[in-house]
Write a protein that binds this ligand. Structure first.
Ligand SMILES: Cc1ncc(COP(=O)(O)O)c(C=O)c1O
Length: 422
């Protein structure tokens, strides 16, 4: 490799660390940062190895510490989410959904999920995992007054269609889903209730959203890097042994070979951080989301879910159709170093995906970095100045960078206790 090539690569990493790591106010609802304590054990020899199979039943030699770390991670997940069985091998939630559909469903089985404009992730739909498994997909009806599943319609649909599996959970996820009601209707049909908690896993860990397994979900799966502030990856939890063994086969040999072992030490650390600090962290996320939404509304934005208190999660949805829609405004915000994403909002046609009506905001990363309600009021003022008052983003960028420079350490973590130096 030429020296110039190496310099370019180094510079790119430095730039990323400086810009996204230190200067921007990141409001992407699916991202987070991990503590220094977890980061310090994120890259190791584990990153070079294979461990196909189950703990103590592997395909290769050299597994002594692979088994130990995977068992520690499994036990940490089981303890945090209070479940009998857990699997930590899927390197992403997309893979976890594919593995679940592969392990639990047959070609042609019937599935209900939300539609994409109403919040589904693509991995639950025709062009993702559900389609890949050849599932017949039906849309869960949505109540636009409650920003939730329309139970008046859904009950009869379940009884008529008799789905094999229902996927709850969403990428746009303001309010907890009615798991218990759905479970009761499904009781005699034998439908599997699969809950994708990717967005809200950190809130579940803190006991501040809903407890899917306790409320009746058969399987809880999730990303470990959104509100749950861990390494990128996924977990699958259940209390049902038969389902678990089928999911295990869906993972390997089904859909995962190398499961990226270097994720496991930081995953186990962050589980313990969530045991210790998760309640406070999750409570603050929800307080921040409500304060941010209230302030955006006060400043003249149409924030969805107003009658219901805007949100019970880390997310806020803003309808920007009167200010030029999602794309243009997400780009303007980026010029001021505020990072968001354009998003379909409830009722948008899926064809609008390239320039939907709204943006989706998540407060979890900035909360993890210590921001509280007063800072989110300042951020709401930035939004007004950029989007409503049309001030030049460049000028606001300096103020954004200055605010961000006060929030560089990770809260609700072992960093605060100095565990790294022990
Ligand atoms: C509900 C939901 N499920 C699954 C995924 C996929 O997550 P991953 O990026 O871990 O594959 C996402 C991603 O944002 C999501 O929102």
């Amino acid at each position: 490799m030429s020296e110039e090539h190496l310099k370019k690569i180094r510079k790119c990493v430095e730039n990323q660390n400086l810009w996204r790591g230190n200067k921007t106010i990141n409001l992407i609802a699916s991202e987070n940062v991990i503590s220094q304590t977890a980061k310090s054990l994120s890259y190791s020899d584990f990153a070079h190895r294979y461990a196909e199979g189950l703990v103590y039943h592997r395909e290769y030699q050299g597994q002594r510490f692979h088994d130990e770390i995977e068992q520690i991670a499994i036990d940490s997940v089981k303890k945090l989410f209070n479940c009998k069985f857990a699997d930590v091998r899927c390197p992403a939630a997309t893979t976890a959904n594919i593995a679940i559909y592969y392990g639990l469903c047959n070609y042609g089985d019937k599935i209900f999920t939300l539609s994409v404009p109403n919040g589904a992730h693509i991995s639950m739909r025709k062009f993702g995992g559900a389609g890949l498994r050849g599932l017949k997909i039906f849309d869960i009806p949505f109540d636009y007054d409650k920003y939730n599943v329309d139970m008046d319609l859904f009950g009869n649909l379940i009884l008529g269609i008799k789905p094999d599996i229902i996927t709850l959970g969403a990428s746009v996820f303001l309010f907890p889903h009615p798991i218990a009601e759905i479970k009761e209707i499904c009781q005699d049909i034998g439908t599997i209730i699969h809950y994708d908690g990717s967005h809200v896993l950190g809130l579940i860990a803190g006991g501040e959203f809903q407890d899917p397994l306790l409320e009746g979900a058969d399987v809880l799966m999730a990303s470990t890097h959104k509100t749950f502030p861990g390494p990128q990856g996924a977990i699958i939890c259940t209390n049902n042994e038969a389902l678990f063994h089928n999911i295990e086969k869906g993972i390997f040999p089904g859909t995962v070979s190398n499961h990226h072992l270097h994720r496991l030490p930081p995953l186990a650390i962050v589980c313990e951080e969530m045991n210790r600090f998760g309640k406070k962290y999750a409570k603050q996320i929800i307080k921040n989301a409500k304060a941010f939404a209230t302030e955006l509304d006060r400043k003249g934005f149409k924030v969805l879910g107003k009658k219901l208190g805007y949100t019970e999660s880390h997310q806020i949805l803003v309808d920007l159709s009167e200010f030029g829609r999602g794309l243009k405004n997400a780009e303007l915000l980026e010029k001021a170093d505020i990072i968001t994403n354009k998003n379909l909002i409830h009722g948008d046609d899926v064809d609008l995906a390239s320039d939907p009506s709204g943006i989706r905001l998540g407060v979890q990363e900035m909360t993890h970095l210590g921001m509280k309600e007063p800072e989110f009021k300042i951020v709401a003022e930035f939004f007004k100045r950029i989007i409503i008052d049309s001030e030049t983003p460049d000028k606001i960028k300096r103020e954004v960078n200055e605010l961000r420079s006060k929030f560089l350490n990770i809260n609700y973590s072992f960093d605060e206790l100095g565990v790294l130096n022990d």
